[in-house]
Design a protein around this ligand. Structure first.
Ligand SMILES: Nc1ncnc2c1ncn2[C@@H]1O[C@H](COP(=O)(O)OP(=O)(O)O)[C@@H](O)[C@H]1O
Ligand SMILES: [Mg+2]
Length: 430
């Protein structure tokens, strides 16, 4: 009896035993399907050679025996294709350690995945507010940062991508300003080429008094409509005759690119969904984000969640592209005598997490991506947000936002705002 987690290690062991034969294969894909069962996909050429095919069958049988019930009978467990790309259809997967011609690929039910990464967008910096858990003060921080940046005269574009539990709009827009539609409507209409019909009613301007401009795109419109049914469809790839399907993450990026070219913001702030699911994956890896703010509160769940994410990126070989975009934020930091101890503890946990993805630099080496534990400029160094009575359990954040003054925002969100200022300045220089 073997579990899903043991498939890869067992595959390595079995293939090791047949290393010479495996080396002679043109290529081999080990495909884990939606039910977590494994099939081999081999080249047509190898499959057409009877003696070779027999060897492949023997190899598959040996593996199937080891990983049962995660395998098929040998008669249905082996497929063939002319080119590996015909089988992978854009799925990158990873090289089986020790075997250059063997890749493991996954067919996940969720089509947006953590593995492919969009390059940092060249326009206004896109800053994603992400967390493993909800309730850590992420949306409130985003609202406060939006206000502060607009106060400095910036044009800010804000997107509520926490589609399953939207909430930002109530802090940035008064009820009568809510637009007719939201991101969910666009994603559903786009499937039938009707996105333009809702585009102009997607954006609302906040009336919070600032020198800049707050453009807000909510998850849903004033009337959510048939929201549950629409949500069930936003993840759909768009299929057009004679074109390969367009993944929903690509569609979403297309929407953001369009909004950016219409509004010409100085900065784009994105409220992501919490946790490790499709929406979160898309926000973090597919939207061309410049910076991913990782909200954390002290606790096992936070670090286990982030560690899972890091090791997944490592396994897929994308960690070096991801890591330079990350920055830890400590939410709801106690505002009393426990504060220094709390920050020190979260800094240590954060360092332990990041140490896995820092380069190993030997003493005296000058290159490598690496930070000391006590380096304030390190991505693991938490930007603390104070727990503050004035922000707690507000019935009406919109009203609160109307009465804000710079000093109280600075007191609670000062470190985060300083960081964002640097991101914007860096961007202006390039
Ligand atoms: N700095 C803060 N100090 C005290 N309470 C806060 C602070 N920021 C947010 N809160 C409260 O914490 C709760 C969760 O905030 P929210 O921003 O909705 O979190 P998230 O988006 O992470 O789920 C809300 O009741 C909010 O009023
Ligand atoms: Mg939220």
């Amino acid at each position: 009896m073997s579990t899903f987690d043991e498939i890869v290690s067992n595959a390595i062991e079995i293939l090791e035993e047949h290393h010479n034969m495996v080396d002679t294969l043109e290529w081999l894909l080990i495909n884990r399907d939606l039910n977590g069962r494994v099939r081999f996909i081999v080249s047509e050429k190898d499959a057409a050679n009877d003696a070779r095919y027999k060897q492949i069958e023997d190899l598959y049988s040996a593996l199937a025996k080891r990983i049962a019930p995660h395998a098929y009978p040998v008669a249905t467990g082996i497929l063939s294709e002319y080119e590996p790309e015909d089988a992978t259809q854009g799925i990158v997967g990873f090289v089986l350690p020790g075997f250059e011609n063997v890749r493991v690929i996954d067919r996940l039910a969720s089509e947006s995945r953590w593995e492919t990464i969009a390059e940092v967008s060249t326009g206004a910096p896109r800053i994603v507010f992400f967390s493993i858990k909800g309730g850590v003060g992420r949306s409130t921080a985003l609202a406060a940062c939006t206000w502060a940046l607009a106060k400095q005269g910036k044009r800010v574009l804000v997107l509520d991508l926490d589609l399953e539990s939207p909430g930002l709009s109530s802090s940035l827009l008064s009820p009568e300003r809510q637009p007719k539609y939201g991101i969910t409507d666009w994603l559903v209409e786009d499937l039938v080429d009707n996105g333009d019909a809702v585009l102009k009613d997607l954006i609302a301007m906040s009336d919070l008094p600032t020198d800049g401009q707050i453009n807000f795109v909510p998850a849903h419109g004033k009337e959510p409509g048939d929201y549950v049914s629409k949500l069930g469809r936003v993840w759909m790839p768009k299929t057009t005759l004679r074109k390969p399907p367009e993944a929903w993450s690509k569609r979403l990026k297309r929407l953001i690119d369009q909004l950016e070219s219409d509004i010409k913001p100085d900065v784009i702030l994105i409220d992501s969904r919490a946790g490790i699911d499709e929406v979160a994956a898309t926000c973090v890896t597919h939207l061309g984000a410049d910076t991913i703010l990782m909200f954390a509160i002290q606790g096992q769940q936070t670090w286990t969640g982030y560690r899972t994410l890091f090791s997944y990126w490592q396994q897929l070989g994308v960690i070096t592209e991801m890591r330079t975009r990350l920055q830890l934020v400590a939410g709801l930091v106690p505002d009393d005598e426990r504060r220094p101890e709390y920050i020190a503890a979260i800094c240590t946990s954060s360092y332990l997490l990041f140490a896995d993805i820092y380069d190993n630099v030997s003493l005296g080496a000058v290159s490598g991506w690496n930070y000391e534990e006590d380096d304030d400029t390190a991505p693991h160094a938490p930007l603390p947000i104070r727990w503050n009575r004035g922000w707690f359990g507000l019935l009406n954040l919109q009203q609160r936002m109307q009465q804000l003054d710079e000093d109280e925002v600075e007191l609670v969100y000062g470190k985060l705002l300083g960081f964002l200022k640097n991101v914007l300045e860096r961007e202006n220089q390039t």
